[in-house]
Design a protein around this ligand. Sequence first.
Ligand code: ADP
Length: 265
Amino acid sequence: SKPVQLSVHLHPYGEGRNLLLSRDITALEQAEAMRRDFVANVSHEIRTPLTVLAGFVETLQTLPLDETEQGKYLGLMSQQATRMQSLVDDLLTLSRLEGSPAPSGADLVDMVQLLQQCKQEAHNLSVLLWGRAQDIQFTVADAVAVTGSATEIHSAVFNLIGNAIRYTPADKSIVVQWHKTGDGEAELSVQDTGPGIAPEHLPRLTERFYRVDRSRSRDTGGTGLGLAIVKHVAQRHGAELLIESVPGRGSTFRLRFKAARLRMH
Ligand code: ADP
């Protein structure tokens, strides 16, 4: 294949060297292909709301509309602008996570306080999306703090809670828990009673822009980047992201923190 040929020209020093270099080139080509895919995805994600927005502007310019109709169009335009804003925000968050060293273990993140804040935000998001407060139960069983970045952990936890709210119908329940596990680790779990996810999708769920149902994700303001952000934050805190789901029943997302990352209050 092409990479092997190249290595023969550059390094005629024997089999081992050739093999090593050919593998390096393949990895480089893969990284380059991933970068191209990512740029294509981002462009597509931005172009869609932009096209819709431009269409509404044209409508407002050409059609003689009364005030009520104008208001309707302006509302729809504002939705598209918000969508682009969320996308840019999530892209910036991801790029910050990738471009900075992992948070040191020096700072303590008070999970009790963090979840209290999430509870208020969850209530607000639920009212915004569904026009009513969903039944969201918060249980903090242990006052265990985590070492790391409060901003990052908040972003990971609220992405999970936000997904539960967006994918669970208004009349169904959600349970958020923070507790120690038997082996000295601690776990944040977000359990919903939404549509669930078929097993074949689970391995790809944290890929950027991977969505099981595109229109459902977009309708509820999803950027397709949430779980990629959660995975990054977990890695940077030595935590594990576990996903369990039963189609038709619901899903549970868990963030598991190692004992070395935990401090009792
Ligand atoms: P999105 O912005 O599309 O929600 P995410 O990265 O947060 O992007 O999630 C990726 C996909 O995983 C979603 O599009 C959705 O199909 C699926 N998903 C995530 N959370 C849930 C959930 N709680 N219930 C059902 N499906 C979910």
